[in-house]
Design a protein around this ligand. Structure first.
Ligand code: ATP
Ligand code: LTN
Length: 329
């Protein structure tokens, strides 16, 4: 059975981009293979974050995973920090990824460009090292991510090649997998930048009031002209809304385009808002029930145990390969 793994870092309030990029696919993923889904809380520390906020964000992500259909009998949900193998793998793999390749990572360049050099932590630079460990510890075949994370999975593939060339077939080769529709949902106020939870402008948050969601979509930036047409270069605003509609309705971009043929921008936006609300409203209700019952706690505890079992097994294999003395065999 295929192993599938992905993570979300608890850096802020979840957005519609996170839903379309990852959460929406959970039901299908857990039916397709052995699924490991986690909260990348160690990764959230790579930029300054308030401790209480980090805790709350982590709970929210757990609850939204479950509200999106994660079934703990089918998939394993856990906190990265509760499986110590991640930190150990990080300590080993930091020696097999190099400064040059890490400094070429787009996410690092984007995030560090906004900071003073004296405030850029080593963890932000080494982010892909920890992430590579996350992936290989579970022998993941498939890593479903949004487009922004593809480069990090590619770097993990380089690490696997490098490591296996040196030590034999120790690590499994993972493959990034992206949606056909909605690999990169853009900001509603500036459709040339990604909708992102740590840089929230023009975001739709999964916890937004339904009225606010409608208002945000109705006032989304559109483009010149009046035709509802998919043309990301010349019509980034309309194309983004079309993508959101297609993802919500599970139709192709062409079908969405066809549906809106001859309709005006106002009517188009109204239907996009309806489509989003149709999905988000029940999601919010399920989320609230999970928060009230605190059912995520038991799921996370059990998940940590299950995840640790597999991760520790792989870690042993890695330690042995590099020559760390095994005294408990
Ligand atoms: P940050 O702003 O802190 O970098 P983020 O909003 O990009 O966070 P992540 O935790 O990095 O969220 O991402 C969780 C998953 O959601 C990843 O697979 C990521 O690729 C995906 N994702 C995030 N934003 C979008 C988006 N706008 N469109 C599609 N997928 C997205
Ligand atoms: N970097 C990812 C979160 C993440 C992840 C992973 C995703 C951490 N480790 C392993 C897939 C596989 C992000 O920013 N979404």
């Amino acid at each position: 059975m295929e192993k599938i793994l992905t993570g979300i870092k608890p850096t802020g309030k979840l957005t519609l981009g996170n839903y379309i990029g990852v959460l929406k696919n959970i039901r299908a993923l857990q039916d397709r293979g052995e699924c490991y889904l986690f909260i990348a809380d160690l990764h959230a520390l790579t930029l300054p974050i308030d401790p209480e906020e980090l805790r709350q964000n982590s709970i929210d992500i757990a609850a939204f995973y479950l509200a999106s259909g994660l079934d703990p009998k089918k998939a394993t949900l856990f906190l990265q920090s509760s499986v110590s193998a991640h930190a150990e793998a990080n300590a080993i793999f930091q020696n097999y990824l190099y400064m040059g390749e890490l400094s070429r990572m787009t996410q690092f360049k984007d995030k560090s460009a906004k900071m003073k050099e004296s405030a850029i932590g080593l963890g932000l630079f080494a982010y892909p090292v920890l992430m590579a460990g996350d992936i290989v510890l579970y022998d993941a075949d498939i890593v479903p991510v949004g487009e922004d994370q593809k480069q990090h999975v590619e770097l993990t593939r380089d690490l696997v090649n490098r490591f296996n060339n040196r030590y034999g077939e120790v690590l499994k080769m993972p493959k990034p997998e992206m949606n056909k529709v909605g690999r990169r949902i853009m900001s509603l106020s500036d459709p040339t930048v990604k909708m992102s939870k740590s840089d929230p402008k023009g975001d739709i948050f999964l916890k937004d009031d339904i009225k606010v969601i409608r208002k945000k979509i109705m006032s989304a930036v559109t483009d010149l002209g009046s035709e509802v047409k998919y043309d990301p270069e010349n019509k980034p605003g309309i194309s983004n809304l079309l993508t959101i509609y297609a993802a919500m309705k599970d139709v192709s971009i062409e079908e969405a385009e066809k549906h809106f043929e001859g309709k005006r921008y106002g009517e188009f936006k109204g239907e996009v808002a309806d489509a989003v609300i149709e999905v988000i409203e029940p999601l919010q209700q399920r989320y609230q029930q999970i928060i009230d019952s605190k059912s995520y706690l038991e799921v996370l505890k059990e998940g940590a145990q299950r995840a640790s079992q597999l991760a520790n097994k792989t870690l042993k294999r890695i330690k042995k390969a590099v020559g760390l003395l095994q005294i408990d065999e």
